[in-house]
Design a binder for this molecule. Structure first.
Ligand SMILES: *Cc1c(COP(=O)(O)O)cnc(C)c1O
Length: 432
């Protein structure tokens, strides 16, 4: 067994004593929890934004800190009894600052979306203009979708990826920025498989007098490990998730320089949140501690190697990949130019899930179809890499995916793919 850098692969999830108590008190909930654990074990988790936290992180999150109110920042709280809350939050902040080589980190955002809302509130007034990518161009709801608060509070203008290549074209972005004259440019994506040049975007932002928010939610761990360039110290504001490529449990953070520190802290609380979820702050402290270990760098390198192996395996078997490949943890497959034209995003997602391959339908750049039933699928390898999958295993995964895409209705194919998934899962244990 060669799981990377944590104990998710070779140990139970550290909650057995608590499980027994829960099974007594609430058997129905305990059964649902066990079923979810079994689902994660017995299928391939290829959702690019998911991962498996270590038992230490799970333990930290399921702790007495869920009871504690600690509105404010360490040393300056609205409530009494915060001495240990101060300690754990300072630990999470110190580790995050070290991990990202950052001047200031706020570890309180409940999620990546909250981190984005806070970062925007820190530097914008209502009615200010944001320039960001929409869902069809690998953007995120929180970047200003009309149904999101940001879309209602700010004037949102859009830039796109090249519809032919899927690549971010910096000159096109510059032209758009010069046209729109935004107050904030948002970079960072949910489904972009290539390296982002933060300096180039920062230069564009500076030339048009805009702030630059780099949202590294998807690549937090890759940036932390130094296998993707870091926007910290380049972009004015950086937001990150703590549960995708870093395995620190559910949440978000905002990273900035000293100049924006007070504005960011005030934007998080009271701007958009009340008390911090201290149990999640505890999980962040533990997960950041794990990410500071040398084993985490090896994990991040494996993630990239595995993504390349998956991309190669899919491309060799006839899949058309947006941007032609990957530098990160994910691949984006354009199914319009892959196999059966009828089997697009949602139908492909469902057929694969029937055989234990869990990923999501995703828009491809220039997608003419609606985001709810788009043309592509997105597959990421962080979770499988945590389970110890190597490049050979990733090639087997690619084979399974392509066989299903080619013959989704064939019972024999379904049986064989399901068997292959079962074998891969059995060979890579999780929380046992
Ligand atoms: C996942 C993601 C987020 C954070 O989402 P939450 O679900 O709110 O944690 C933010 N930005 C991008 C680009 C993302 O992909």
């Amino acid at each position: 067994m060669d799981g990377y850098g944590d104990d998710a692969t070779d140990a139970h999830d550290g909650t057995h004593a608590h499980d027994a108590a829960l099974a007594d008190a609430d058997p129905r909930t305990a059964a649902i929890l066990e079923a979810e654990r079994e689902r994660q074990r017995s299928s391939l988790q290829l959702i690019a934004s998911e991962n498996h936290a270590s038992r230490s992180v799970l333990r930290a999150q399921g702790s007495v800190f869920t009871n504690k109110y600690a509105e404010g920042v360490p040393g300056d709280r609205y409530y009494g009894g915060c001495e240990h809350a101060d300690e754990i939050e300072r630990l999470a902040i110190d580790r995050a600052r070290k991990l990202f080589d950052a001047e200031h980190v706020n570890v309180q955002p409940h999620s990546g979306s909250q981190a984005n809302a806070a970062a925007m509130l820190a530097v914008l007034e209502p009615g200010d203009t944001i320039l960001s990518a929409d869902l069809r161009n690998a953007g995120h709801l929180s970047h200003g979708h009309q149904a999101n608060l940001a879309g209602q509070v700010y004037d949102v203008e859009r830039y796109g990826l090249d519809p032919e290549t899927g690549l971010l074209e910096y000159d096109t972005l510059r032209e758009r920025a010069e046209d729109v004259d935004p107050d904030l440019i948002v970079s960072g994506f949910s489904a972009y498989p290539r390296t982002v040049d933060w300096e180039r975007i920062q230069a564009i932002a500076e030339d048009v007098g805009a702030f630059h928010l780099a949202d590294i939610a998807h690549i937090t761990g890759l940036v932390a490990a130094g296998v993707h360039p870091s926007p910290v110290g380049v972009a004015d504001l950086v937001t990150a998730s703590t549960h995708k490529t870093v395995r620190a449990g559910r949440g978000g953070i905002v990273v900035c320089g000293e100049d924006l520190a007070d504005a960011v802290d005030r934007a998080v609380m009271p701007g958009i949140q009340g008390g911090p979820a201290m149990h999640n702050v505890t999980g962040k402290a533990v997960g950041f501690g794990e990410a500071l270990e040398p084993a985490f760098e090896a994990y991040a390198e494996r993630v990239i190697a595995n993504a390349r192996a998956l991309a190669g395996g899919l491309a060799d078997r006839g899949c058309r990949l947006s941007t032609g490949g990957t530098d990160t943890h994910l691949v984006l497959v354009d199914l319009r130019e892959t196999h059966d034209r009828d089997l697009l995003g949602k139908a492909a997602e469902r057929a694969l899930e029937d055989c234990g391959i869990v990923l999501n339908a995703n828009a491809v750049p220039g997608d003419p179809r609606p985001p709810k039933d788009p043309s592509g699928i997105r597959a990421g390898v962080p979770a499988l890499t945590t389970r110890g999958f190597d490049e050979g295993a990733m090639d087997a995964v690619a084979e399974c995916i392509v066989r299903m895409l080619e013959d989704p209705e064939d019972e024999a194919v379904r049986r064989e793919v399901t068997e292959c998934v079962d074998e891969l899962c059995a060979a890579h244990p999780l929380y046992e």
